[in-house]
Design a protein. Sequence first.
Length: 331
Amino acid sequence: MDEYEVSLYENSPIYMDLQNDSRIQIVWRIEDLYIDEDTQLILPQAWVNAMDRNHPLYLFLVDIKMKQRSFKELQEIMYDNFKANVAHEEFDMLLYKTSIDSSKIACLVSSGPSLQKTYPYLVKHRNKLYILCVGSALNALLNFGVIPDAVIVTDSNRITMRQFQNVNYNGPLFYLSTAYKDTTRMLDGKRYILFQKGYHEAERIANKLQHPLLDTGGSVATTAISLLEVLTYKRIVLFGQDFGFKGNQSHVSGSTSGIVYNKTKNLLTIRSNSGKDIYTQRNLYMYLKWFVHKAKHSNLQFYNTAFDGAKIEGVPFISEYEFDMLVKESK
Protein backbone atom coordinates (compact mmCIF):
# COMPACT_ATOMS: atom_id res chain seq x y z
CA MET A 1 0.00 0.00 0.00
CA ASP A 2 1.12 3.57 -0.57
CA GLU A 3 0.71 6.37 1.99
CA TYR A 4 -2.59 7.58 0.59
CA GLU A 5 -4.06 4.07 0.70
CA VAL A 6 -2.84 3.68 4.28
CA SER A 7 -4.63 6.91 5.21
CA LEU A 8 -7.85 5.68 3.62
CA TYR A 9 -7.51 2.37 5.45
CA GLU A 10 -6.83 3.93 8.87
CA ASN A 11 -9.91 6.16 8.52
CA SER A 12 -12.16 3.36 7.33
CA PRO A 13 -14.91 1.80 9.49
CA ILE A 14 -13.16 -1.60 9.44
CA TYR A 15 -9.81 -0.33 10.69
CA MET A 16 -10.31 -1.19 14.38
CA ASP A 17 -11.53 -4.71 13.62
CA LEU A 18 -8.68 -5.56 11.28
CA GLN A 19 -5.99 -3.89 13.37
CA ASN A 20 -6.52 -6.41 16.16
CA ASP A 21 -6.68 -9.48 13.92
CA SER A 22 -3.32 -11.29 14.13
CA ARG A 23 -3.95 -13.01 10.79
CA ILE A 24 -3.90 -9.74 8.88
CA GLN A 25 -0.80 -7.71 8.15
CA ILE A 26 -1.00 -4.39 6.34
CA VAL A 27 2.30 -3.48 4.71
CA TRP A 28 3.37 -0.43 2.77
CA ARG A 29 7.15 -0.80 3.01
CA ILE A 30 8.67 -3.79 1.19
CA GLU A 31 11.17 -4.36 4.00
CA ASP A 32 8.27 -5.04 6.37
CA LEU A 33 6.92 -7.83 4.20
CA TYR A 34 7.56 -11.31 5.59
CA ILE A 35 6.69 -14.34 3.48
CA ASP A 36 7.57 -17.94 4.32
CA GLU A 37 6.50 -21.36 3.07
CA ASP A 38 3.27 -21.14 5.09
CA THR A 39 2.15 -17.97 3.30
CA GLN A 40 -0.50 -18.29 0.61
CA LEU A 41 -0.36 -15.55 -2.01
CA ILE A 42 -3.75 -14.53 -3.36
CA LEU A 43 -3.21 -13.03 -6.78
CA PRO A 44 -6.40 -12.06 -8.65
CA GLN A 45 -6.13 -12.61 -12.40
CA ALA A 46 -7.68 -9.17 -12.91
CA TRP A 47 -4.60 -7.58 -11.33
CA VAL A 48 -2.30 -9.39 -13.75
CA ASN A 49 -4.48 -8.52 -16.74
CA ALA A 50 -4.50 -4.84 -15.77
CA MET A 51 -0.71 -4.54 -15.39
CA ASP A 52 1.50 -2.91 -17.98
CA ARG A 53 3.61 -5.62 -19.64
CA ASN A 54 6.67 -3.46 -19.11
CA HIS A 55 6.15 -3.31 -15.35
CA PRO A 56 9.20 -4.96 -13.70
CA LEU A 57 6.98 -7.28 -11.66
CA TYR A 58 4.67 -8.32 -14.49
CA LEU A 59 6.43 -11.50 -15.63
CA PHE A 60 7.18 -12.60 -12.07
CA LEU A 61 3.50 -12.33 -11.14
CA VAL A 62 2.51 -14.13 -14.34
CA ASP A 63 4.86 -16.96 -13.39
CA ILE A 64 3.31 -17.26 -9.92
CA LYS A 65 -0.20 -17.21 -11.33
CA MET A 66 0.59 -19.83 -13.97
CA LYS A 67 2.07 -22.20 -11.39
CA GLN A 68 -0.84 -21.74 -8.99
CA ARG A 69 -3.37 -22.44 -11.74
CA SER A 70 -1.39 -25.38 -13.10
CA PHE A 71 -1.04 -27.07 -9.72
CA LYS A 72 -4.70 -26.56 -8.85
CA GLU A 73 -5.86 -27.95 -12.18
CA LEU A 74 -3.48 -30.91 -12.18
CA GLN A 75 -3.42 -31.82 -8.49
CA GLU A 76 -5.60 -34.92 -8.82
CA ILE A 77 -3.96 -36.27 -11.97
CA MET A 78 -0.51 -35.65 -10.50
CA TYR A 79 -1.34 -37.77 -7.48
CA ASP A 80 -2.87 -40.48 -9.67
CA ASN A 81 0.28 -40.52 -11.81
CA PHE A 82 2.47 -40.57 -8.73
CA LYS A 83 0.79 -43.62 -7.23
CA ALA A 84 1.00 -45.53 -10.52
CA ASN A 85 4.62 -44.59 -11.19
CA VAL A 86 5.92 -45.34 -7.71
CA ALA A 87 4.30 -48.80 -7.83
CA HIS A 88 6.88 -49.86 -10.45
CA GLU A 89 9.72 -49.25 -7.94
CA GLU A 90 12.17 -48.01 -10.58
CA PHE A 91 14.50 -46.49 -8.01
CA ASP A 92 17.94 -47.24 -9.54
CA MET A 93 18.95 -43.73 -10.57
CA LEU A 94 21.97 -43.74 -8.24
CA LEU A 95 23.10 -47.05 -9.72
CA TYR A 96 22.84 -45.50 -13.18
CA LYS A 97 25.02 -42.66 -11.95
CA THR A 98 27.90 -45.09 -11.33
CA SER A 99 27.71 -46.42 -14.89
CA ILE A 100 28.37 -43.19 -16.79
CA ASP A 101 31.41 -41.07 -17.56
CA SER A 102 30.67 -37.67 -16.08
CA SER A 103 33.93 -36.24 -17.41
CA LYS A 104 32.28 -35.99 -20.84
CA ILE A 105 30.57 -32.83 -22.02
CA ALA A 106 26.83 -33.12 -21.41
CA CYS A 107 24.52 -31.92 -24.15
CA LEU A 108 20.92 -31.10 -23.32
CA VAL A 109 18.84 -31.38 -26.49
CA SER A 110 15.51 -29.55 -26.56
CA SER A 111 13.15 -28.97 -29.45
CA GLY A 112 13.72 -25.32 -30.33
CA PRO A 113 14.05 -24.31 -34.01
CA SER A 114 17.84 -23.91 -33.78
CA LEU A 115 18.29 -27.69 -33.49
CA GLN A 116 17.71 -27.89 -37.24
CA LYS A 117 21.04 -26.07 -37.74
CA THR A 118 23.09 -27.44 -34.84
CA TYR A 119 22.37 -31.18 -34.81
CA PRO A 120 25.44 -31.82 -37.08
CA TYR A 121 27.61 -30.80 -34.11
CA LEU A 122 26.24 -33.80 -32.25
CA VAL A 123 26.71 -36.14 -35.21
CA LYS A 124 30.35 -35.10 -35.57
CA HIS A 125 31.31 -35.75 -31.95
CA ARG A 126 28.71 -38.33 -30.94
CA ASN A 127 31.02 -40.74 -29.08
CA LYS A 128 32.60 -37.98 -27.02
CA LEU A 129 29.34 -36.59 -25.62
CA TYR A 130 26.66 -37.47 -23.12
CA ILE A 131 23.36 -36.53 -24.76
CA LEU A 132 20.19 -36.06 -22.69
CA CYS A 133 17.12 -35.39 -24.81
CA VAL A 134 13.74 -34.00 -23.76
CA GLY A 135 10.80 -36.12 -24.87
CA SER A 136 9.44 -33.62 -27.39
CA ALA A 137 12.78 -33.58 -29.25
CA LEU A 138 13.32 -37.36 -29.40
CA ASN A 139 11.61 -37.99 -32.74
CA ALA A 140 13.43 -35.09 -34.40
CA LEU A 141 16.80 -36.17 -32.97
CA LEU A 142 16.35 -39.74 -34.17
CA ASN A 143 15.40 -38.43 -37.62
CA PHE A 144 18.74 -36.60 -37.63
CA GLY A 145 20.50 -39.91 -36.97
CA VAL A 146 21.44 -39.19 -33.35
CA ILE A 147 20.56 -41.69 -30.63
CA PRO A 148 20.65 -39.98 -27.22
CA ASP A 149 22.13 -41.54 -24.09
CA ALA A 150 18.86 -40.90 -22.24
CA VAL A 151 15.46 -39.23 -22.57
CA ILE A 152 13.51 -37.31 -19.93
CA VAL A 153 9.78 -36.57 -19.51
CA THR A 154 8.09 -34.61 -16.74
CA ASP A 155 4.64 -33.45 -17.85
CA SER A 156 1.56 -34.82 -16.05
CA ASN A 157 -0.71 -34.65 -19.09
CA ARG A 158 -1.80 -37.41 -21.46
CA ILE A 159 -0.67 -35.35 -24.45
CA THR A 160 2.94 -36.45 -23.79
CA MET A 161 2.09 -39.89 -25.19
CA ARG A 162 2.54 -38.34 -28.65
CA GLN A 163 6.26 -37.98 -27.92
CA PHE A 164 6.86 -41.74 -28.02
CA GLN A 165 4.36 -42.94 -30.61
CA ASN A 166 6.02 -44.94 -33.42
CA VAL A 167 9.45 -44.15 -31.97
CA ASN A 168 12.23 -46.75 -32.18
CA TYR A 169 14.21 -46.00 -29.03
CA ASN A 170 15.24 -48.51 -26.36
CA GLY A 171 17.60 -46.41 -24.27
CA PRO A 172 17.18 -45.16 -20.70
CA LEU A 173 14.16 -43.05 -19.75
CA PHE A 174 14.11 -40.65 -16.81
CA TYR A 175 10.65 -39.60 -15.71
CA LEU A 176 9.35 -37.34 -12.98
CA SER A 177 7.29 -39.05 -10.30
CA THR A 178 4.16 -37.18 -11.43
CA ALA A 179 4.71 -37.65 -15.19
CA TYR A 180 1.80 -39.12 -17.10
CA LYS A 181 1.58 -42.76 -16.03
CA ASP A 182 0.98 -44.25 -19.48
CA THR A 183 3.72 -42.22 -21.16
CA THR A 184 6.28 -43.66 -18.74
CA ARG A 185 5.36 -47.19 -19.94
CA MET A 186 5.68 -46.60 -23.69
CA LEU A 187 9.41 -47.23 -24.16
CA ASP A 188 11.10 -50.60 -23.66
CA GLY A 189 14.41 -49.45 -22.22
CA LYS A 190 15.48 -49.13 -18.60
CA ARG A 191 13.43 -46.59 -16.63
CA TYR A 192 14.41 -44.37 -13.71
CA ILE A 193 11.98 -42.37 -11.57
CA LEU A 194 12.92 -38.87 -10.40
CA PHE A 195 11.58 -37.19 -7.27
CA GLN A 196 11.00 -33.44 -7.18
CA LYS A 197 11.36 -30.81 -4.50
CA GLY A 198 8.13 -29.13 -3.45
CA TYR A 199 5.87 -32.15 -3.94
CA HIS A 200 5.19 -33.61 -0.52
CA GLU A 201 4.64 -37.23 -1.56
CA ALA A 202 7.82 -37.23 -3.65
CA GLU A 203 9.85 -35.71 -0.82
CA ARG A 204 8.52 -38.30 1.62
CA ILE A 205 9.55 -41.30 -0.47
CA ALA A 206 12.85 -39.75 -1.58
CA ASN A 207 13.82 -39.20 2.05
CA LYS A 208 12.88 -42.78 2.88
CA LEU A 209 14.99 -44.15 0.00
CA GLN A 210 17.79 -41.57 0.46
CA HIS A 211 17.13 -40.62 -3.15
CA PRO A 212 18.14 -37.14 -4.42
CA LEU A 213 15.48 -34.49 -4.88
CA LEU A 214 15.46 -32.41 -8.06
CA ASP A 215 14.57 -28.78 -8.58
CA THR A 216 12.11 -28.91 -11.48
CA GLY A 217 11.99 -25.22 -12.42
CA GLY A 218 8.63 -25.77 -14.10
CA SER A 219 9.76 -27.38 -17.36
CA VAL A 220 11.32 -30.56 -18.67
CA ALA A 221 14.51 -28.72 -19.67
CA THR A 222 15.03 -27.14 -16.26
CA THR A 223 14.43 -30.53 -14.62
CA ALA A 224 16.95 -32.03 -17.03
CA ILE A 225 19.56 -29.52 -15.86
CA SER A 226 18.94 -30.56 -12.26
CA LEU A 227 19.34 -34.21 -13.30
CA LEU A 228 22.66 -33.52 -15.06
CA GLU A 229 23.83 -31.74 -11.93
CA VAL A 230 22.98 -34.79 -9.81
CA LEU A 231 24.85 -36.95 -12.32
CA THR A 232 27.87 -34.65 -11.60
CA TYR A 233 28.31 -33.24 -15.10
CA LYS A 234 30.08 -29.89 -14.93
CA ARG A 235 29.92 -28.64 -18.53
CA ILE A 236 26.56 -28.49 -20.25
CA VAL A 237 26.00 -27.39 -23.85
CA LEU A 238 22.46 -26.39 -24.77
CA PHE A 239 21.00 -27.49 -28.10
CA GLY A 240 17.58 -26.34 -29.27
CA GLN A 241 17.11 -24.37 -26.06
CA ASP A 242 15.84 -21.27 -27.84
CA PHE A 243 13.28 -19.89 -25.36
CA GLY A 244 11.70 -18.22 -28.35
CA PHE A 245 11.67 -18.14 -32.14
CA LYS A 246 11.96 -15.86 -35.14
CA GLY A 247 9.32 -16.17 -37.82
CA ASN A 248 6.25 -18.10 -36.72
CA GLN A 249 7.41 -21.67 -35.99
CA SER A 250 7.94 -22.37 -32.28
CA HIS A 251 9.82 -25.69 -32.52
CA VAL A 252 12.11 -27.68 -34.79
CA SER A 253 10.48 -29.70 -37.58
CA GLY A 254 9.57 -33.15 -36.29
CA SER A 255 8.99 -32.03 -32.72
CA THR A 256 5.72 -33.14 -31.12
CA SER A 257 5.31 -29.72 -29.48
CA GLY A 258 5.50 -27.47 -32.52
CA ILE A 259 3.10 -24.56 -33.00
CA VAL A 260 2.81 -22.30 -36.04
CA TYR A 261 1.66 -18.81 -35.10
CA ASN A 262 -0.42 -17.00 -37.68
CA LYS A 263 -0.68 -13.99 -35.34
CA THR A 264 2.20 -12.86 -33.12
CA LYS A 265 0.87 -9.59 -31.69
CA ASN A 266 0.16 -11.15 -28.27
CA LEU A 267 3.62 -12.65 -27.93
CA LEU A 268 6.51 -11.09 -26.02
CA THR A 269 9.75 -10.06 -27.69
CA ILE A 270 13.26 -10.64 -26.32
CA ARG A 271 16.80 -10.20 -27.61
CA SER A 272 18.49 -13.16 -29.29
CA ASN A 273 22.17 -14.13 -29.54
CA SER A 274 22.13 -12.68 -33.06
CA GLY A 275 21.31 -9.26 -31.59
CA LYS A 276 17.85 -9.24 -33.13
CA ASP A 277 14.49 -9.52 -31.36
CA ILE A 278 12.60 -12.80 -31.40
CA TYR A 279 9.17 -13.83 -30.19
CA THR A 280 8.57 -15.76 -27.00
CA GLN A 281 5.74 -17.00 -24.81
CA ARG A 282 5.31 -16.10 -21.15
CA ASN A 283 6.13 -19.59 -19.92
CA LEU A 284 9.29 -19.74 -22.05
CA TYR A 285 10.36 -16.41 -20.60
CA MET A 286 9.99 -17.83 -17.08
CA TYR A 287 12.15 -20.83 -17.98
CA LEU A 288 14.72 -18.46 -19.43
CA LYS A 289 14.90 -16.62 -16.10
CA TRP A 290 15.41 -19.96 -14.33
CA PHE A 291 18.43 -20.68 -16.55
CA VAL A 292 19.84 -17.22 -15.86
CA HIS A 293 19.52 -17.80 -12.12
CA LYS A 294 21.04 -21.28 -12.38
CA ALA A 295 24.00 -20.05 -14.38
CA LYS A 296 24.64 -17.34 -11.80
CA HIS A 297 24.21 -19.42 -8.65
CA SER A 298 25.80 -22.76 -9.53
CA ASN A 299 29.23 -24.10 -10.47
CA LEU A 300 27.94 -25.48 -13.77
CA GLN A 301 29.54 -24.24 -16.99
CA PHE A 302 26.83 -23.56 -19.57
CA TYR A 303 27.22 -22.95 -23.29
CA ASN A 304 24.49 -22.08 -25.79
CA THR A 305 24.44 -23.01 -29.48
CA ALA A 306 21.19 -21.23 -30.49
CA PHE A 307 22.28 -18.22 -32.58
CA ASP A 308 18.67 -17.19 -33.23
CA GLY A 309 17.58 -18.24 -29.75
CA ALA A 310 17.25 -16.05 -26.67
CA LYS A 311 20.37 -14.56 -25.15
CA ILE A 312 20.84 -16.15 -21.71
CA GLU A 313 22.64 -13.80 -19.36
CA GLY A 314 25.76 -15.52 -18.04
CA VAL A 315 25.70 -18.25 -20.71
CA PRO A 316 28.03 -17.64 -23.68
CA PHE A 317 26.95 -18.42 -27.22
CA ILE A 318 29.40 -20.72 -29.01
CA SER A 319 29.80 -21.37 -32.72
CA GLU A 320 30.42 -24.78 -34.29
CA TYR A 321 34.18 -24.12 -34.27
CA GLU A 322 34.09 -23.18 -30.59
CA PHE A 323 32.11 -26.32 -29.82
CA ASP A 324 34.71 -28.37 -31.70
CA MET A 325 37.44 -26.78 -29.58
CA LEU A 326 35.48 -27.40 -26.38
CA VAL A 327 35.20 -31.10 -27.21
CA LYS A 328 38.86 -31.31 -28.21
CA GLU A 329 40.03 -29.69 -24.98
CA SER A 330 37.90 -32.05 -22.87
CA LYS A 331 40.08 -35.05 -23.75
